[in-house]
Design a protein around this ligand. Structure first.
Ligand code: PMP
Length: 420
């Protein structure tokens, strides 16, 4: 491409060359990037991809948000390169019919890749739904039990508590253990749990995003027909999981595997087909399973993005490799906190500290605002703790590079040296 075409003051937004469509942005329209890099996206050029990688890395921040969260840079760049014309189809994934063969190939591949990542057996359905994990708080009881049925909830944080409160509308749930009085810092010993032998299911939140409490092992429901249900929104695909231990797993995509708008449900097929009569069509798992998540228009672009992430996780070597990386990242951050002689503090019991969400407070809480401001200057953003707990929280999902955590740790040490 001729450099002059980029330099023209009113360069056309879209230029069709004999080979490919090229999107050109006049420099004046580039949103305030200090380096004012021009970017051009070609549908096919690999050289352009390389150029994009360079500018992208410099312009991006380390985003420690709890969700929506950072996505793998190479996935974003691939989506960027395919945005305008997906695989020569002449249209964007956003413009495709969800019933056409192109989109079908996208959703089928996404499902197949997720199945191989998590080793999901054939007797489990994989659903790509909408409405976030919050919708599943209602869909789970509506699908798995009758109105008067007993169910157990083990509450290790506010998401589990919300799930319990929603279930009250549709069945007879009981909190068999809650960490609320201790401010959610641990998971109970499973031995002492008073599980209801008649409970249809036992619900846990595998990783409490706000408090940073993560199950490292899972309880077993005592009713032989009871099933374990897990909200895995914030640690989905962060490590291998034995799916057969669960009757149902659900996870909002916007932390580890994609953008918001997609919620994944993995459910044992024999549990389908008993939804309560009042269950809205959109919350009925059997209807979605029978229609391969295409009963109505699904969140097509989000599913496509999840598919790119699954492909990327497989390329990294699968979830064993991903877990090793996550373990390393979490290790250096928790070490920095524990070795700070109390300057930083993480209240969560060591054995159940989350690999994904690391909450910590500053001994001198009056320094918190400055900590956040200084971190932001260094391009590390979204470190403020959830409004209900305060302090800091670094969410270090799969897509957070080791370099991001190393930079945060170096910053924390430096900040401590200045303020201790
Ligand atoms: N469960 C957990 C563990 C979460 O972290 C969240 C969102 N932060 C939710 C449920 C609710 O998800 P959504 O906003 O997608 O409904």
């Amino acid at each position: 491409m001729a450099a002059t075409s980029l330099n023209a003051p009113n360069a056309p937004l879209l230029q069709k060359t004999h080979q490919t469509h090229v999107f050109l942005k006049p420099i004046s329209t580039i949103p305030c990037q200090t380096s004012a890099k021009r970017f051009c996206i070609s549908c096919s050029a690999t050289t352009q991809d390389r150029l994009s990688v360079q500018s992208q890395s410099q312009d991006r921040v380390f985003n420690f948000a709890a969700g929506p969260a950072t996505l793998p840079e190479n996935v974003l760049l691939k989506a960027q390169s395919e945005l305008y014309n997906w695989h020569g189809s002449g249209m964007s994934v956003m413009e495709m019919s969800h019933r056409g063969k192109d989109f079908r190939s996208i959703i089928e591949k996404a499902e197949a890749d997720l199945r191989s990542l998590l080793n999901i057996p054939e007797n489990y359905a994989v659903l790509f739904l909408q409405g976030g994990a919050t919708t599943q708080f209602a869909a789970v009881p509506l699908n798995l039990c009758a109105p008067g049925d007993s169910v157990d909830y083990l509450v290790t944080g506010s998401w589990g508590d919300k799930a319990f409160k929603e279930a009250k509308k549709y069945c007879n749930p009981k909190v068999i253990w809650s960490g609320k009085s201790e401010n959610y810092v641990r998971v109970p010993s499973f031995d002492g749990l008073e599980l209801n032998p008649n409970a249809k299911y036992l619900h846990i939140c595998a990783n409490e995003t706000i408090y940073g409490v993560e199950f490292k092992d899972y309880p077993v429901p005592c009713n032989p027909n009871g099933v374990l249900v897990a909200d895995m929104s914030s640690n989905f695909c962060s490590k291998p999981v034995d799916v057969t231990k669960f009757g149902l797993i659900y996870a909002g995509a916007q932390k580890n595997v994609g953008p918001s708008g997609v919620c994944i449900v993995i459910v044992r097929k024999d549990l389908l087909g008993n939804a309560q009569e009042i269950t809205p069509v959109m919350l009925n798992y059997k209807i979605h399973a029978d229609n391969n998540s295409l009963y109505n228009t699904p969140p097509c672009y989000g599913i496509y993005m999840c598919g790119l992430v699954f492909e990327d996780l497989l390329k990294q070597g699968g979830l064993e490799e991903v877990e090793k990386k996550n373990h390393k990242k979490a290790g250096i951050l928790y070490n920095a906190i524990d070795e700070s002689k109390g300057f930083y503090r993480c209240p969560v019991e060591k054995s159940v500290r989350s690999m994904m969400n690391v909450p910590f407070t500053l001994e001198k809480s009056e320094l918190e605002a400055e900590f956040l401001k200084e971190a932001e200057k260094e391009k590390m953003v979204q470190l403020k703790g959830h409004r209900s707990v305060g302090g800091m929280r670094a969410s270090i999902y799969n897509a957070m590079p080791l370099a991001g955590v190393e930079k945060l740790v170096a910053f924390m040490k430096d900040f401590q040296a200045k303020h201790a």
